[in-house]
Write a protein that binds this ligand. Structure first.
Ligand SMILES: NC(=O)C1=CN([C@@H]2O[C@H](COP(=O)(O)OP(=O)(O)OC[C@H]3O[C@@H](n4cnc5c(N)ncnc54)[C@H](O)[C@@H]3O)[C@@H](O)[C@H]2O)C=CC1
Ligand SMILES: O=C(O)[C@@H]1CCC=N1
Length: 276
């Protein structure tokens, strides 16, 4: 399979690395281009099996599957640029939530999907949000999903739900990192321990908690009940958290939705997503 990547920034290079790590080299040839050649050179120095292309057009001509991994503002320009080079047998995947499936299907002659990755795929974990275009057959959908399973847990979502879903799965790692960092810094201020020790304790706690939730069958409530024993210390801490966190995530989601709107991403139309 020949996969082309247009854009080898944070996500493009992550996807290339993850697919190379998880796929036998005999099954995969990668060709990539990037606007600034230095970034691409950095990647090919580490992965010499990645072939380079000078332009998006050349990437398309040399691939059967094409991942578009550029920022929202660049996406439409690149699509217009490669349009004459895309043929019916190509398969075009945008990792950009701003470009709508029906827009792509109206423009492009080939099958299209949207796959929104997450930084967690560096660790071959986390979710890929998947939306297939109408030209994808059942078998093709299954094939792509099974392929994404090599690097992530693929979850099919409605395009209208993408905004809020990607806040959780793709923006989420940054939101969680902000909260965990705050926790560690408070321990340094209040407990006088070193930042290194605080960071290590918080990271290992997060790793273990993630495993409880994803591997050991714990729900959030199970963890809270088992740790916050009646009359104990944790319960007192939770009393502090509740009023401080109330509404914070609603506000966060309203803000990201508003920002996405200015990027041209349609918001979710469902009434339960109204601002509260
Ligand atoms: N960073 C993240 O955690 C996530 C990002 N995304 C989406 O992925 C897309 C890419 O994001 P990042 O990789 O973080 O951005 P980035 O800025 O790190 O990478 C984009 C790359 O595209 C290249 N580029 C731009 N125009 C080009 C052109 N005409 N030809 C070739 N290369 C070109 C740029 O030089 C840059 O290296 C965005 O749409 C973003 O919304 C989706 C999920 C998670
Ligand atoms: O913040 C951003 O715009 C991108 C989209 C999802 C995660 N990062």
């Amino acid at each position: 399979m020949r996969i082309g990547f247009i854009g080898t920034g944070s996500m493009g290079s992550m996807l290339i690395r993850s697919f190379l790590q998880s796929t036998p080299s005999s099954d995969l040839q990668i060709v990539a281009c990037n606007r600034s050649p230095e970034k691409l050179a950095h990647l090919t120095a580490r992965y010499p099996q990645v072939e380079t292309a000078a332009t998006p057009e050349e990437t398309v001509s040399r691939s059967s599957i094409v991942f578009l991994c550029v920022k929202p503002n660049d996406a439409m320009g690149v699509i217009q640029q490669v349009l004459p080079y895309l043929q019916e047998q190509h398969y075009f995947i945008s990792i950009n939530s701003a470009v709508m499936l029906d827009e792509m299907e109206a423009l492009l002659p080939c099958r299209v999907s949207k796959v929104i990755p997450s930084l967690t795929q560096v660790a071959l974990s986390g979710v890929s949000l998947v939306m297939h275009g109408s030209r994808m057959s059942h078998e093709e959908r299954r094939f792509v999903d099974s392929w994404l399973e090599r690097i992530s847990k693929p979850i099919i979502v409605e395009e209208g739900d993408l905004r809020v879903c990607s806040d959780l799965s793709s923006c989420g790692p940054a939101f969680l990192a902000v909260m965990l960092r705050e926790f560690a810094m408070a321990a340094v201020r209040q407990g006088g321990i070193s930042r290194d020790l605080a960071d290590e304790l918080v990271k290992e706690m997060a790793r273990g908690t993630g495993k409880l939730l994803t591997e050991e069958g714990f729900e959030f409530e199970d963890i809270i009940r088992r740790v916050a024993v009646p009359g104990g210390i944790t319960a007192e801490g939770i009393k502090v958290l509740h009023p401080s966190l109330h509404g914070v995530f609603d506000q966060l989601l309203v803000t990201t939705r508003s920002k996405a709107k200015h990027h041209g991403v349609p918001p979710t139309e469902r009434p339960q997503d109204c601002e509260r």
